[in-house]
Design a protein around this ligand. Structure first.
Ligand code: MF3
Ligand code: CO
Ligand code: CO
Length: 260
């Protein structure tokens, strides 16, 4: 069942989404070689709770931490740990979900740690462009399958692969709602988009092959070939005329320039 949100619900949900985006802005210049992923977890936890929200991942199906931190060949759901030191040249995805006034807001970014290999930088840039291409086609009457089709096409054109096992999702009063948003697929198929739908688009794109492996901790998903994987995520709303990205901080809307 797909929940259509009322204007009142959307206004509240937007506050949660913006707080999640502010958290990612807050940590951007704090992520540095030498710190651990647990340090990142603590900074995010403090920021989220001091702003009156709850970090949705904490205790979600037993997840032990407040954010997911996915380094290099970790595709998603990395568990912050004191043992995982961030080093120069790494890419680190931080996935923040806030629960605020009964609504979830879900967003993630992949950060560069110092100087990153140009091919890995290209992976991150293309992953962001894949997410944005998926977002920009959203409007009433478009189909969910259109999102996966454009993402898959763009990833493959650039020589990269798309993770199939994890997907975007409806979001609102629940962390994960219908529909599922696959990041591969066929144009013109799937659920038709309608005003008031809210869902995430969060492609995971691999430098090598698409195949993944779940580690024994039951959460951490890594690439089988140990090559890097990148991800970006926004929560979006379908409006009467198109889409609105809810997970943008109005004070500092994220607009990366990967060519700097
Ligand atoms: N934030 C992730 C998503 O984009 C879900 C994390 S679930 C957790 O859907 F339990 F690992 F935190
Ligand atoms: Co999500
Ligand atoms: Co997320």
């Amino acid at each position: 069942m797909i929940n259509i949100k009322s204007n009142r619900e959307i206004e509240i949900m937007k506050e949660s989404c913006q707080l999640a985006a502010r958290t990612l802005n807050f940590i951007e210049d704090k992520i540095q070689a030498g710190m651990t992923t647990e340090d990142v977890n603590e900074i995010c936890h403090k920021f989220i709770t001091e702003n009156g929200a709850y970090p949705s991942p904490l205790n979600y199906n037993g997840f032990p931490k407040s954010v997911c931190t996915s380094l290099n060949d970790v595709i998603c759901h990395g568990i912050p740990s004191k043992k995982d030191k961030i080093k120069e040249g790494d890419i680190l995805n931080v996935d923040v979900t806030t629960y605020y006034k009964n609504f979830h807001g879900d967003t993630n970014r992949t950060y560069f740690v110092g100087h990153v290999d140009p091919e890995i930088k290209r992976l991150v840039k293309v992953t962001y462009e894949c997410m944005m291409a998926g977002i920009e086609l959203c409007k009433p009457g478009a189909r969910i399958g259109d999102i996966g089709a454009v993402i898959e096409e763009m990833a493959h054109d650039n020589g990269f692969s798309v993770v199939h096992e994890y997907c975007g999702h409806g979001i609102g009063r629940e962390f994960h709602e219908d529909p599922q948003i696959l990041h591969y697929g066929t144009r013109g198929t799937g659920v038709e988009m309608k005003p008031g739908m809210t869902f995430t688009i969060e492609p995971m794109i691999n430098l090598g092959k698409r195949h993944c492996k779940l580690l024994k901790d039951g959460w951490t998903v890594v690439t089988k070939d140990k090559k890097p994987s990148a991800q970006f995520e926004h929560t979006i709303l379908i409006t009467e005329s198109g889409f609105e990205i809810l997970t943008l901080d109005p004070a500092k809307p994220y607009q990366p320039n990967f060519d700097e």
